[in-house]
Write a protein that binds this ligand. Structure first.
Ligand SMILES: [Ca+2]
Ligand SMILES: [Ca+2]
Ligand SMILES: [Ca+2]
Ligand SMILES: [Ca+2]
Length: 434
């Protein structure tokens, strides 16, 4: 009723405040420069961390509100130039931003008419020597308990064209799909790990690859709200295991391990929050302390459910240290309102693994709200936050990798504009180290 009016008033107030801040900044510029004592330059182990953003792929048109749901860095055509693949739910496509030649990025749609694609992953599913694209489809992004999810594999025919195979349909909304050799195949075939958010009901399953694009499902967990299912050999027995981040009211991380290849998976709780509103939003693997064991990096900052979106004091980034035998130790890294997309890489080249996350739901009426954040590792897993950008905003997915081959990692981000304010828009952004 009155909400439109009050939103209008709020908008006007924000505009006024914005104008005021600009005026203040001008005033400060007009004042004579203060005398600053110049200290002798101190040798620092590395230059400060700063990045310059460039738009790659489709530019944002005047009426566009990109809904990028996920992106990955992958050399999809294996020409030694890393590319970017992404899923987006505005036009329901999967797109390939091919790098060729080095530093030039050209986008093409490799699959259209997908029902709300939420996640992409590149993997050679049939041992063909070419990378296929796995697509998790939610059916629709907004809450829905209908069995409208699906898994589609885009078969890489010739490193240029892709043929879709629907391998799971009429199922709880699918949010992640990965590939791993869980059954002990010897011909290069890979099985699938599938995370299904659903809504009131969800599932986590693995799908044995029978060949010929046929798969056989085994459900390993029936909780709702599964967001991500990263795969790694967590317990060090040389067989792949997988984890599942179960959000909703659970806010848990589960670990699934097999005693024998192709056998039953044991469902173990690796970590759980006592806060039902923790907002689990992203889970990935990285060897944070470089001890050879894959750890988990984990963001909480989900704001889809909130009536009033914005920061919550507990939103941020943490890592779960793999202490062996399937056990993990929780460490908080730092705060970031609306945190999503945990990534790891040695950003500053000191040999220690740093961490990156983006923000999808911050208090965007504040110009200083951070959209892209790094944490530098001191070598003892003490992390110093380094805010990298306050614009573009509403970044929900990110990846880190050396796209141009100079040994310095770049950051790639994608924006999801499903809610106001529709400003500081972007689609896919490449961040190069300054
Ligand atoms: Ca390539
Ligand atoms: Ca294992
Ligand atoms: Ca580092
Ligand atoms: Ca680079």
């Amino acid at each position: 009723m009155n909400s439109t009016v009050s939103k209008g008033l709020l908008g006007a107030a924000v505009l006024l405040l914005g104008g005021g801040a600009l005026w203040l900044a001008k005033r400060q510029l007009e004042q004579p420069p203060a005398r600053v004592a110049v200290l002798p330059a101190k040798a620092t182990p590395f230059p400060p961390l700063a990045y310059d953003p460039t738009s790659i792929g489709s530019p944002v048109g005047p009426d566009d509100r990109p809904i990028v749901t996920n992106l990955q860095i992958a050399d999809l055509d294996q020409d030694a130039l890393p590319d970017v693949i992404y899923s987006e739910a505005r036009h329901n496509t999967v797109r390939w931003i091919r790098q060729y030649p080095r530093g030039v990025f050209t986008e093409q749609v490799i699959a259209a008419d997908l029902p709300a694609p939420a996640n992409v992953w590149a993997a050679d599913v049939q041992g063909s020597g070419r990378l296929d694209v796995l697509v998790a489809c939610m059916g629709q992004i907004m809450p829905n308990n209908d069995r409208i999810g699906s898994v589609v594999i885009l078969e890489n025919l010739d490193n240029r064209t892709f043929r879709p195979h629907s391998v799971l349909e009429n199922t709880a909304r699918v949010t992640d799909v990965r590939a791993a050799n869980l059954a002990g195949h010897t011909d290069g075939r890979l099985d699938l790990v599938v995370g299904q958010f659903g809504y009131a009901q969800g599932e986590t399953r693995w799908m044995r690859n029978l060949g010929g694009w046929q798969f056989e499902s085994q459900v390993v967990n029936r909780q709702s709200g599964t967001v991500h299912t990263p795969v790694a050999d967590f317990d060090g027995d040389s067989r792949p295991d997988f984890a599942a981040l179960v959000s909703q009211e659970w806010e848990e991380i589960h670990l699934f391990r097999q005693a024998v290849p192709g056998g039953e998976f044991k469902d173990e709780l690796a970590w759980g929050s006592t806060n039902e509103d923790y907002g689990s939003s992203g889970l990935a693997t990285a060897d944070v302390n470089r001890d050879g064991r894959p750890d988990l990096i984990y963001t909480n900052g989900d704001g889809f459910d909130y009536a009033v979106r914005g920061h919550r004091p507990w939103h941020g980034l943490q890592w779960l240290e793999n202490t062996g035998q399937g056990s993990f130790r929780y460490h908080r890294v730092g705060d970031l309102p609306g945190a999503y997309a945990p990534c790891a890489a040695d950003l500053n080249g000191d040999g220690f693994t740093d961490l990156v996350a983006v923000s999808g739901f911050a208090d965007w009426d504040k110009p200083s709200a951070v959209a892209l954040m790094a944490w530098l590792n001191d070598g003892q897993q003490g992390f110093t936050p380094v805010p990298l950008a306050s614009s573009p905003i509403k970044l929900m997915t990110a990846a880190v990798g050396d796209l141009d081959g100079d040994g310095v990692p770049e950051i790639v981000t994608g924006a999801l504009h499903a809610f106001p304010p529709y400003e500081k828009l972007s689609n896919i952004t490449l961040w190069r180290r300054r």
